[in-house]
Design a protein around this ligand. Structure first.
Ligand code: APR
Length: 261
């Protein structure tokens, strides 16, 4: 389904109001406005740390102290970040009964911090450390301090409970995410370059199951010309604010969000 493109925000709001069974897939772009760098692009984490050396399970097993140089930066940046207006917009859409779940590739916990209740953490979360030898888990804030490499009681070096390249997606998260994609009426894809699998397959699963795909990203991605029905170019907080305002126009039952929220 392609729209005439005359007013994509209004069209997206109409479809969301009509179908009321949307699911979102979010990526690093939604947290950029919280001061967390994305991964790709000139300012991205991978411009500073080669993912082959710093972000694979193999690299972690071979040189955990080196990988912790990158992980320390991520734990600090995520730990100090606050949800932004885009995260709050997602929580508002859930409250309005338009959005029923968020599938996130982010490990920063900001959707939950903004009040979203159903969040599927597809790549895990930085707030927990896990021992890849005895599988014991610890809260990161209790076991890690900046400049240190955290150890398990068994003596092994701990890893944040996030999915490094070469690691499988937590099976429950994968199951739940695919089930949501198969049964949603609308998939709203926000702030992902859709270059990493299997997360990048979620929009295709939703599309093949009859959902309308709405994409919010200042740049076109590999999805835009293939899977996306409505591309809303812009930064997440601004586009979501306008979308929620349109929703309140589209359907009086929806309260509008005061600007600057
Ligand atoms: N609002 C919306 N989108 C934005 C914004 C913003 N303010 N700023 C940047 N973007 C977009 C960029 O245009 C880009 O398409 O967000 C996207 C971020 O892409 P990536 O950096 O590739 O991040 P992501 O897609 O989440 O990466 C997927 O790759 O490195 C691994 O495990 C890591 O979860 C991550 C996965």
């Amino acid at each position: 389904m392609r729209t005439d493109g005359s007013n994509p925000i209004r069209e997206a709001a109409r479809i969301l109001a009509e179908r009321r069974n949307a699911v979102a897939l979010t990526g690093a772009g939604i947290s950029v406005e919280s001061g967390i760098p994305s991964f790709r692009g000139a300012q991205g984490m991978w411009a500073k740390y080669d993912p082959a050396e710093y972000a694979t399970l193999h690299a972690f097993v071979l040189s955990p102290r080196k990988v912790w140089e990158m992980l320390s930066e991520m734990v600090s940046v995520c730990g100090g970040a606050e949800p932004n207006a885009a995260h709050q917009g997602m929580a508002a859409l859930e409250k309005m009964g338009v959005l029923r779940a968020v599938i996130t590739q982010n490990v920063d916990g900001l959707h939950q911090a903004a009040g979203s209740r159903r969040v599927i953490e597809y790549h895990g979360n930085m707030e927990t450390l896990v021992c890849i030898s005895c599988w014991k888990r610890y809260p990161t804030r209790k076991r890690w301090t900046p400049g240190t490499v955290p150890l398990c009681d068994c003596g092994e070096i701990l890893k944040p409970d996030v999915v490094l390249f070469g690691e499988p997606i937590p099976w429950l998260a994968q199951e739940q995410a695919e089930e949501e994609a198969r049964t949603c009426g609308v998939l709203v894809v926000i702030g992902t370059s859709a270059q990493v699998s299997p997360a990048c397959d979620i929009p295709r699963i939703a599309k093949e199951s009859g959902a309308v795909v709405i994409e919010i990203n200042p740049e076109p991605t590999s999805l835009t010309a293939t899977v996306t029905d409505i591309h809303l170019p812009g930064i997440a907080s601004e586009v979501l604010r306008r979308l929620i305002d349109e929703l309140s126009l589209a359907d009086e039952t929806f309260p509008s969000i005061p600007s600057g929220h």
